[in-house]
Design a protein around this ligand. Structure first.
Ligand code: DGP
Length: 127
């Protein structure tokens, strides 16, 4: 699979410091920041700093170090937001949209972490 990355996408501009963001957590290879159009009381986007279009691109071509860093960043965000189900939180939904059918708006891999209210059924439409 040949993946084509657009250097002018909004998250690339955030990573270059050209657009401001509200950072929740930053690591060597990943950045977590608040979504500008929150769909829940907590709505954080986690992105790798590397140039990956979507999750299958990242899973196929990212280094082990980047993959571990990204995963641990998701853990850090859940800790910071206190949303881990159990003693401290009530849970969350993690979504990563890809491509046309996934209705991906920004072509840089991002995971949405939504929490802070009961989120309803996962998909609104059937078939
Ligand atoms: P998706 O449809 O999965 O590609 O979601 C893209 C998300 O990115 C959407 O929830 C809104 C968010 N977003 C778009 N532009 C900006 C921006 O400039 N800053 C931030 N923080 N979020 C943005």
């Amino acid at each position: 699979m040949a993946y084509v990355y657009d250097d002018e996408n909004i998250f690339a501009k955030i990573l270059r410091g050209e657009i401001p963001n509200t950072t929740v957590f930053e690591s060597q290879h990943s950045l977590a920041f608040n979504d500008v159009y929150p769909q829940a009381p907590h709505h954080v986007l986690v992105i790798p700093k590397g140039k990956y279009v979507n999750y299958d691109h990242f899973a196929a071509e990212a280094s082990d170090t980047e993959i571990v860093d990204f995963t641990r960043t998701i853990s850090a965000v859940c800790d910071i937001l206190e949303i881990c189900p159990g003693d401290e939180g009530n849970g969350y939904r993690m979504i990563s949209n890809a491509g046309t059918d996934g209705v991906q708006e920004v072509p840089h891999l991002h995971v949405h972490i939504c929490a802070g209210r009961e989120l309803g059924r996962m998909l609104q439409k059937t078939q």
